[in-house]
Design a binder for this molecule. Structure first.
Ligand code: AMP
Ligand code: MG
Length: 420
């Protein structure tokens, strides 16, 4: 059982992580991303807005995949080292030029890798499987089937076939495929803009030297990095006092100018914590979730102002970054039209090197350092407070102790999700 869950009014208590995410994504389900058409050369890491069907056969003509001789496969049938066949060299395929002439029975053309298959030929015999007799005659010592060592017309991808589905994050190889098809512009979704506000009268720019009581802003730059990694665009609104009359106009501006807004600090239930009030004052729907059964990251607030998700992230940098991964990243993915099912998360299996306890009903994310011996990875938990950014900087990844578990024993095999 989860201790301290929502009450009957749904107002208080901690909400399980999956439930919080479900509530958030449910509110974003009807969102349709805006789209734009951009040059292929600028499309890396953008999300395809519409499926791409192949406009032509790739390759457009059958081509050799080996250096050798273009032949009629039947001419090689039954040949072997002890019973070679003989073929007359009657032509040569030049790279970048269409072949001249036709391969007739008992003859062959010289061909290099990538050369267009001449008429008459249906296979390429590798140089290694021939013995030159003289300039015009080869011995064939291996039989081969029709289609050997060639890539057929449309075999890579056929005209009209699905080249890339909508929602695909464009990777280098995807751009390569589109280039191969002669597609020089793509329709992608507009890059999601994410506004960031750091709150707290104690926070100063990291370029300054803190007087007693002040601390440098860690969250803005760390969250900007996470936003970029999520293929979105960070927009920094700087450090804003957590006095309402100063904070509120900046928050309102950020909501007007962005698709998502994050503020860090001021999210727990304390004297100066205006996060919940500010999101409520932005207007409906308002607060969706406040407080999640999660460590680190418990005090996160998830709200919605009209259609703009607004996240009140905990001020502690580790908590803020964990909440980003769990809640903000999926919202960015959703708003950008990304199909997350198309790309798996990077993880490895490792052996846990000590017992770790966890409260029932709470999800714990445990940061770990990895080491390897003989192909076995060992995960050493990094113990430390969520205010300690160096714990996250040292971590190679994290593993999850789920709500249903009260701990994981030393020696257990765990899945470590990697911070890449
Ligand atoms: P809060 O969520 O406002 O209660 O803050 C929790 C802790 O995180 C406090 O020690 C804050 O000083 C610290 N904190 C808040 N914002 C930042 C920030 N942008 N960078 C580094 N630490 C922060
Ligand atoms: Mg604060």
């Amino acid at each position: 059982m989860i201790e301290n869950t929502r009450d009957m009014l749904g107002r208080t208590g901690l909400i399980p992580v999956d439930e919080a995410l479900r509530i958030l994504l449910h509110h974003l389900q009807h969102h349709t991303p805006e789209t734009e058409t951009i040059p292929l050369a600028e499309a890396l890491d953008r999300v395809l807005a519409a499926p791409v069907l192949s406009p032509e056969d790739l390759p457009a003509h059958a081509r050799s995949t080996m250096d050798g001789f273009a032949v009629r496969a039947t001419d090689t049938f039954g040949t072997s080292e002890s019973m070679p066949g003989y073929l007359q060299i009657t032509g040569e395929v030049r790279m970048g030029e269409p072949p001249k002439g036709e391969v007739k029975g008992g003859s062959c053309f010289r061909i290099a890798t990538g050369g267009l298959l001449p008429d008459g030929a249906d296979a390429v015999i590798m140089l290694e499987h021939t013995v030159p007799v003289d300039d015009t005659l080869i011995e064939v010592v291996k039989g081969l089937g029709s289609g050997s060592n060639i890539i057929g017309k449309g075999e890579d991808i056929a005209k009209g076939a699905l080249a890339l589905p909508a929602g695909r994050l464009l990777r280098p190889q995807d751009l390569g495929l589109l280039a191969g098809l002669g597609i020089s512009e793509v329709q992608v979704t507009r890059t999601v803009r994410v506004g960031i506000i750091s709150t707290g009268d104690e926070i100063i720019p990291f370029s300054e030297t803190p007087r007693a009581g002040k601390i440098r802003d860690i969250n803005a730059i760390a969250l900007s990095g996470l936003i970029r990694r999520a293929h979105a665009r960070p927009v920094d609104y700087g450090i804003v006092s957590d006095r309402k009359e100063i904070f509120m106009p900046v928050l309102e501006q950020a909501v007007r100018e962005n698709d998502i807004v994050l503020f860090s600090g001021g999210s727990s239930v304390g004297m100066r914590d205006l996060g919940e009030q500010a999101i409520t004052d932005l207007g409906p729907p308002g607060i969706l979730v406040h407080g999640v059964a999660l460590k680190p990251g418990k005090p996160v607030i998830i709200g919605l102002s009209n259609e703009v998700p607004v996240f009140g992230l905990p001020g502690h940098p580790v908590s803020a970054m964990v909440c980003f991964d769990l809640f903000v990243r999926p919202a960015i993915d959703r708003l950008s039209g990304l199909s997350t099912d198309l790309l798996p998360e990077a993880s490895i299996s490792a052996r846990l090197d000590r017992n770790m306890n966890s409260a029932a009903g709470r999800r714990d994310l445990i940061r770990v350092q990895l080491s390897r011996q003989d192909d076995i990875w060992t995960a050493e938990p990094i113990l430390g407070k969520s205010g300690s950014i160096s714990t996250l900087s040292r971590a190679h990844g994290y593993f999850i102790i789920p709500e249903s578990s009260q701990g994981v024993s030393q020696g257990a095999t765990i899945t470590v999700y990697l911070y890449l």
